[in-house]
Design a protein around this ligand. Structure first.
Ligand code: SF4
Length: 482
């Protein structure tokens, strides 16, 4: 498709945003891809394109972007380069999969559909092993100094760097979550996910769900077309990826996502369907990072690991000046804590992450994961736009965006019943360093209620109150339900 469009338009400098066969055929978690390897995953936006019969959007830039204050904008970029050292940044050196060994050590590497937190083949699928074996280049989004992306080649499996390389989420979802520890096979599966333009998290998660159903006899070989859907069977994961991408055979059912597939199967399959609001869980375990239980339950789009920084960062708060100090976060908060301090840390940092979404800022470049601190970001936005906003005003942008998304969901009929975790999160992790750790249901509900109250949402209905809407200067049209 990309090559065909370049030939048809006789222009190699076009940029193509497209969905793939999965989006055309209505797989509910189809994604959108930019230039074959930059993905807009989660929430099934590719299925929306497919439903609208929109295959691709092609653009060709002709003018450079111009900042209102060129010197100011350039000054911030120079500052970033001076304060950022690629050679010491694990995102650059090992990519997102460089965190696999520490997740394993912490006992929270999602394994066998979140039954376990420790995976015996963790090292084989890590970013460190990738760097030593199949990595051929460190890719990047346009002009990014961090360059966290991977490009891999496995000639014997026809895996080419044209489609980039696997991120952590993809390696864990198709890998440890399905019990697969073969990096080359995972690189092949990753390429298939790219070619069908599938969300790699949801695809791996729905295959892991199917594996557990198979283990319990809810799915059989006659359902799978003869495929042995057993943990660790890389060929089976590859075959299922094809079937889901093409929406053929059992892929029709699995392409509906775990929530709908479990409802269709019945016989207790719901117990193995790990999702929030119909979106499959990402590859981070809230039982070992308790703030994530709020992130997963409260994200407007269903389980999402990019709502706020993860808990280990909260352990590093102190009063001597740290990147999130301007928010008033100065007391360290333990990773397994789900008390009021954790709720506050999550609530405040969620606004930063929402601000990043609002200005198109990558979480791996901004603070606290990288060097661009909040004041510098504010200065940069002002230099580019010509505005004169303060950090306070910008954080309010993030809070307002979260509140507007909440209002949207309330209008669409979502209630606190949708702000819950799958039952497995309230059961103990099966093995590893945090064996037996769980999210206590009462503690979770108390934390959720406190969050509602902090956010100015009615604790019973979860709806933003009139007072909070007035404070955020949000007007609800009279026609909308009160
Ligand atoms: S750090 Fe962010 S912007 Fe840079 S290459 Fe990685 S994902 Fe892209």
């Amino acid at each position: 498709m990309q090559d065909g469009l370049e030939q048809e338009l006789k222009d190699k400098r076009i940029r193509v945003l497209q969905t793939g066969v999965a989006g055309e055929r209505g797989v509910r978690f189809a994604a959108i891809v930019n230039q074959l390897k930059h993905f807009h995953g989660r929430s099934g936006l590719g299925a929306v394109m497919g439903a609208k019969r929109l295959k691709a959007i092609v653009v060709r830039g002709s003018k450079p972007p111009v900042a209102a204050d060129k010197d100011g904008a350039r000054g911030t970029l120079t500052w970033f380069k001076e304060h950022y050292d690629r050679s010491k940044d694990r995102f650059h050196v090992y990519g997102t999969a460089g965190g696999i060994p520490s997740l394993e050590a912490s006992g929270i590497l999602p394994t066998r559909n979140f039954r376990d937190g420790s995976f015996e083949h963790f090292r084989a699928i890590s970013g460190q092993t990738m760097a030593e074996t199949i990595l051929v280049n460190r890719g990047t989004c346009y002009a990014c100094a961090v360059a966290c992306k991977r490009e891999v080649a496995v000639p014997e499996l026809d895996v080419t760097p044209k489609y980039g390389g696997p991120e952590y989420e993809s390696l864990a979802a198709s890998g440890s979550l399905c019990g697969v520890g073969d990096l080359k096979a995972l690189a092949k599966i990753n390429q298939l996910l790219a070619q069908y333009v599938l969300d790699s998290i949801s695809t791996g998660a729905v295959i892991a769900f199917a594996m557990e159903c198979y283990e319990h006899g809810i799915l059989t070989r006659s359902d799978t077309g003869g495929v042995e859907l057993t943990w660790g069977n890389a060929a089976a994961v590859e075959q299922m990826t094809h079937l889901i991408g093409r929406r053929e055979g059992i892929g029709r059912l699995l392409g509906e996502g775990v929530k709908r597939a479990a409802a269709a199967l019945g016989r207790g399959a719901e117990r193995f369907a790990l999702h929030v609001k119909g979106q499959e869980l990402p590859m981070h375990d809230p039982r070992g990072k308790k703030g994530l239980s709020l992130a997963y339950a409260l994200s407007p789009t269903g389980a999402d690991h990019m709502e706020a920084p993860h808990d280990p960062l909260y352990e590093g708060f102190h009063a001597q000046g740290h990147p999130l100090g301007p928010l008033g976060l100065i007391e360290p908060v333990k990773t397994l804590d789900l008390g009021p301090r954790k709720v506050r840390a999550f609530y405040l940092t969620q606004q930063v992450w929402s601000l990043y979404n609002s200005v198109g800022m990558c979480d791996f470049v901004g603070t606290p994961l990288n060097a661009l601190d909040l004041e510098k970001l504010v200065g940069y936005v002002n230099s580019v736009t010509g505005w004169n906003m303060s950090l306070y005003e910008m954080l309010k942008v993030g809070e307002r965006a979260n509140t507007l998304m909440r209002l949207f969901n309330c209008r669409e009929g979502f209630t606190p019943e949708d702000d819950l975790l799958p039952q497995r999160m309230h059961e103990g992790i099966g093995n590893g360093a945090l064996k037996g750790e769980r999210v206590d249901p009462e503690q979770f509900l108390a934390a959720r209620r406190l969050y509602y109250e902090m956010a100015g949402w009615d604790p019973e209905t979860g709806r933003p109150t009139a007072a909070r809407l007035a404070e955020l200067d949000v007007e609800v049209p009279a026609a909308a339900p009160a």
